[in-house]
Write a protein that binds this ligand. Sequence first.
Ligand code: ZN
Length: 725
Amino acid sequence: MGTRWTCPGPSLLVLFYYGHLLPWLRTEGDQSSDDFYNETMAKIFLQYYENTTRVVWNRFMEASWNYVTNINQQNLEEMLLKDMERSQHMLFFGTQARLFKIARFQDPVVKRMLSKLQNIDKAALPKDELREYNKLLAYMETMYSTAQVCMNEGPCLPLQRDIEEVMATSRDQKELLWAWQGWRDAVGPQVRMTFERYVQLSNKAAKLNGYEDMGALWQSTYKSDTLEQDLEHLYQELQPLYLNLHAYMRRALHRHYGPELIDLRGPIPAHLLGNMWAQSWVNILDLVLPFPKKPLDDITRNMKVQHWKPEKMFIEAENFYTSLGLLSTPPDFWRKSMMERLADGREVECHASAWDFYNGQDFRIKKCTEVTIEDLFSIFHQMGHIQYFLQYKNLSVIFRAGANPAFEEAVGLVITLSVFSHKHLLNKGLLSHQHQDSEEEVNFLMGIALDKIAFIPFAYLMDLSRWKVFDGTIQKDVYNQEWWRGPLACAPPIPRTEEDFDPAAKFHISASMPYLRYFLSLVLQFQFHEALCKATGHMGLLHRCDIYNSKMAGKLLEDVLKLGSSKPWPEVLEKITGETKVSAKAIMTYSKLLNWLVTENVQQWEILGWPDFSCYFEEKETDKVTFLSLELDPNQVNFGQWVLLALSFVMFLVALLLACRLHSLEKRSPAQDTSVQDISTLEIPPKAYFLGIAMEPRQAVKRWSCWASNNRKPLWMKAEWWSWD
Ligand SMILES: [Zn+2]
């Protein structure tokens, strides 16, 4: 089957919407239903899918773009409408795709396409639940994108860039705690209730697609039976790197913040690491520099001095890709992308992302760029996505994706490894030192480690934790507690409760985006880097390699990107690296810093990790105390306890007196009873007792019914007495 498709225009779309596609297919086939779903018909069916999908998806992407770059009700409704159209389209073609007898087919491309079409994700939900699901997905993402942290008597600040800036630059722990807590308070509780319903509907959609739960559906993207074991193996290989870096950081922060904040045997409090999620520690490099007398150049400052602008940062990234002989972006990219936060006051989603509009010519990036080295790398990363889009734009829409999601992330990341080399930054005029001595090199490698190695557990445990939420291992009443056992190594700076919902403070959780891709691409980028450097003919240490201008490296990359997801990813990986498995070997080779870290840590007798530190979860400290299920002030509780004590003492005395009274009456009654029997012939009326006092039965009944006030006969009372009038 060819991979170029011509657009038939909207008439086919109309045909599809009125449900005439299948009858048309049947007429064309002119065969019995059983024979109808054959390979020839499959090709015609796929052609229809191709033609209509381009239009439907393009409309959805346009509506989504309009919403995230101008958040308002009208744009939200338009986006939800187009999302429903897309889901209906997916449902229709997905359901039909399941009817073809793929096992009997010869063409592997047709087989692969049809099997990909069969997974229809959320479109499998009944219409009303799908509408509800789309709304709550939009709600959670919008809550995250528009949340702000308000000062006591001042303005409210958005996450990007203000609150992130505080986390990156402040060294005042109180201020850091304010930003850290403020962001979680602004997002978490609002998302929590919706999140529980989100989990239910996600799982329902997954089950309708034939998976146990949504975690299993996400994992299925990687088509591996050994995925969990392979991930665990990679993680264990990388653990020594992370733990040595962590121990070194803990010692350095202990020097800065002192023992009140840093326990040399415990985890590092999450607000002191220079990042809202503690996933990258590079912003506090100045506090932990191995050789502080040889500080690294401040590249952000150099960029500002040289009057860099956001557009120049994009041009730099474009130049790098084209220097490798790769494709340049079309003119519309520069016209339609959102490269800076818009100045007209509209609400926008600032989380950086790259967009493919499925018409082969419209590709955009959305980013609220600031002139910083961090944003420069982020742009190189996003341009990696755009390069992938450009390379596979001629494939069927079914194959317009990375070999697996981690490949999509790794393209931009592998380029940043070259961009951040001393050689490249020097060529770009962003460094002043011509040469790096060995101490400067250790400082440089520390900067890389704080970005890449620090990210290892966060990237790995994020989805491990979410899979457990989806499969029910983590129940909704312990969402927050379990989150702190996961990606953030039990280190909240203040106690957290189940009224908080800290996972929602991370974009990918509020926006329902799988995260495993970031763990795998963290490893994969080094594997790619090693292969591309080899193709370039680079000799020597891996961190000194810069593939800029290398057409050989570009060709190797291009051959892989062009394949999109048309081949199984191990095959694609082999094409570029010669290996069929993701391997930690290259990242370990690159991280020469490990030897230096180990030597340092041994000298300091450091304990790796926090072995005697159990992952605690305290209730938040509060002035209120629970007493008889009531939240009261401690003084009120004190008073209440004394009252209860006095009451129980009085009750005890009353019970004691009653017992004595009953005892004495019991002693006397046998004598009385005997006398009654002896003179029974005299017809003396029987006696009854009320609270141990002998009296006429009629009186006893009156008193009892008054006292008990329920007009029920006590068991011990004779029936004839009770019925007395
Ligand atoms: Zn990305």
